[in-house]
Design a binder for this molecule. Structure first.
Ligand code: MG
Length: 277
């Protein structure tokens, strides 16, 4: 008896053979190309590395949180809602947040320079007072460069004092404030100022700020230590300093929670010429 193979199966087998063969040839070709991959590649601008240099250090793996507001694996958690063990100060802690209580500002025990900082802020309810006297606090990077914390929801003030301002210097691009009583996010990327060996300023500090996921500062130049009714100036300081949260003393109680920081190295050497470990 003659065995009859349905034509459909013959076609199926032929298609599988063609597909497999094509993949095999493709892989072989890629493999051959990779052998000479680095030959003739130019040196990257401002770098010790070639374009596509396979010897260039690979980005280290960071395990991200479930939510973008969760601390990633390489972050230092400054406040997880339980206590002020990473801070010097006497603010109240309850129900997962810390609260201004008019005992003065608080500062981190740790010291930081270039960094990525996340924190969450809740402006006080019921709403009281207006302009700069409503829910005012501040994130003092290196104890002296203030990113303004303020309830600007239906609350006008002078532009360079708005929520997300580099206080007294740069207004935020937009007012991204949520209504009082809602938790709001601050995400800050800060590059510290650079001083030379004679303690002279070489490069000013720069900052990028997002409020509730909205960019309000992009690589803004910081003109110097925060000032009120005056022009900011630089004075030499160490490469790392504590972060201070401000008690503005308005008999209101701004709250903070979920504070974490990642130390960064934003030097040109690190970004362009990071040597192989
Ligand atoms: Mg302030």
């Amino acid at each position: 008896m003659k065995l009859r193979v349905p034509q459909f199966y013959v076609h199926l087998v032929l298609m599988a053979m063609v597909t497999f063969g094509t993949c095999f040839l493709y892989q072989s070709t890629i493999g051959k190309e990779r052998e000479g991959w680095h030959k003739g590649l130019p040196k990257q601008y401002n770098s010790i590395w070639l374009v596509h240099d396979d010897n260039r250090p690979k980005p280290p793996y960071v395990k991200t949180g479930k939510k973008v507001t969760d601390a990633p694996s390489d972050a230092i958690v400054l406040f997880d809602g339980t206590d002020l063990s990473n801070w010097v100060g006497k603010w109240n802690v309850k129900d997962g947040y810390m609260e201004v209580n008019h005992t003065g500002g608080i500062r981190t025990k740790g010291e930081f320079g270039d960094c990525q900082l996340h924190l969450e802020y809740r402006s006080p309810t019921p709403v009281q007072r207006k302009s700069q006297a409503r829910g005012n606090s501040g994130i003092m990077l290196m104890k002296r460069y203030e990113i303004q914390v303020l309830d600007n929801y239906e609350n006008e003030s002078y532009a360079d004092g708005y929520m997300g301002a580099v206080y007294g210097q740069h207004p935020p691009m937009v007012n991204a404030c949520k209504p009082p009583g809602e938790w709001q996010t601050y995400d800050i990327i800060f590059r510290r100022p650079r001083f030379d060996e004679n303690k002279k300023l070489v490069e000013p500090a720069r900052v990028t700020v997002m409020i509730n996921g909205v960019v309000v500062q992009h690589n803004a130049e910081i003109y110097g230590r925060v000032t009120y009714r005056g022009l900011a100036k630089y004075q030499w300081h160490d490469d790392e300093e504590p972060i201070v949260l401000q008690d503005h003393g308005d008999r209101q109680n701004p709250r903070f929670r979920n504070i974490w920081i990642r130390k960064l190295d934003l030097s040109h050497e690190a970004l362009d010429n990071r040597p192989k470990k």
